[in-house]
Write a protein that binds this ligand. Structure first.
Ligand SMILES: Nc1ncnc2c1ncn2[C@@H]1O[C@H](COP(=O)(O)OP(=O)(O)OP(=O)(O)O)[C@@H](O)[C@H]1O
Length: 239
């Protein structure tokens, strides 16, 4: 479970997150949407204890101070030790996460389609494969809560589709609670069970993905829905 209550982060001139209350149920995929600068990354950093809230609360797994070994995340892009191989990077993550299964690194590489690149130095990977490595590190220890900031960045269409399948499998078969941010509604709509849209740090609307306009609707129509919601009271912003 992921819960926030009246979560707020103020910087000197900006209120990045403003009274954000949300709840992600176990086994649910929550798509966290907003335009650039809406406050997604700041909220995610607070969820993960990387940024201290100005006010409000965060609870993961029902606790103020969760067992971090049960949490997986990808934020601020995918970081890896560039001089080490994919496998070595995954093995370090396995040990840091205290994952006892010695097969976990290979399993995560396989899950993210990285087996052919296992012996490549991470610094020589393409952008998309570097992102796959970041995702492999996030899921390697089979976390109960998974928090991903823009995980589709750099992935090609096949990678995006694979990621969708992986997230849905983790949530719906293994009960992982997932929050995934994006600014592309069409992508999130195919993955998430529930969608929340934030604007200027505030929750604008939340709805079940199943309530989105149905399949007569192509990706551009979905983006229109998104932009209308976000710019309804600011017509000039739609231009
Ligand atoms: N350390 C900081 N100091 C001052 N302002 C900040 C800081 N971090 C974020 N902000 C501001 O807070 C607001 C929200 O930024 P944030 O990065 O959370 O948005 P976002 O929705 O993740 O955007 P994007 O989709 O572009 O990644 C922005 O106006 C940003 O400039």
């Amino acid at each position: 479970m992921i819960e926030t209550s009246a979560l707020t982060k103020r910087y000197r001139r900006t209120t990045a997150v403003d009274g954000l209350t949300l709840r992600v149920e176990p086994g649910q995929i929550y798509g966290f949407l907003g335009l650039n600068g809406a406050g997604k990354s700041t909220a995610i950093r607070m969820l993960l204890g990387m940024t201290r809230p100005t006010s409000g609360t965060v609870r993961l797994l029902g606790r103020d101070e969760p067992d971090w070994s049960r949490v997986g995340y990808l934020v601020d892009g995918a970081h890896a030790y560039p001089g080490l191989t994919v496998r070595e990077n995954l093995e370090i993550t396995r040990r840091l996460r205290r994952e006892p299964d010695p097969e976990a690194a290979d399993r995560a590489a396989d899950l993210l389609g990285l087996t052919p690149y296992r012996d490549r130095r991470a610094g020589t990977l393409s952008l998309g494969n570097a992102q796959r490595l970041g995702l492999a590190k996030a899921v390697l220890h089979r976390p109960d809560v998974l928090i991903l900031d823009e995980p589709a960045n750099g992935l090609d269409p096949l990678g995006i589709r694979e990621l969708r399948g992986i997230l849905r499998r983790l949530a719906h078969r293994e009960g992982t609670t997932i929050l995934v941010s994006s600014h592309i509604l069409a992508e999130v709509a195919r993955t998430a069970d529930r969608i929340g849209i934030i604007d200027r740090g505030r929750m604008l609307t939340e709805f079940a993905a199943a309530d989105l306009p149905r399949c007569t609707c192509d990706a551009e129509d979905l983006e229109d829905v998104f932009l209308r919601l976000l710019t309804g009271d600011r017509p000039e912003a739609a231009a």
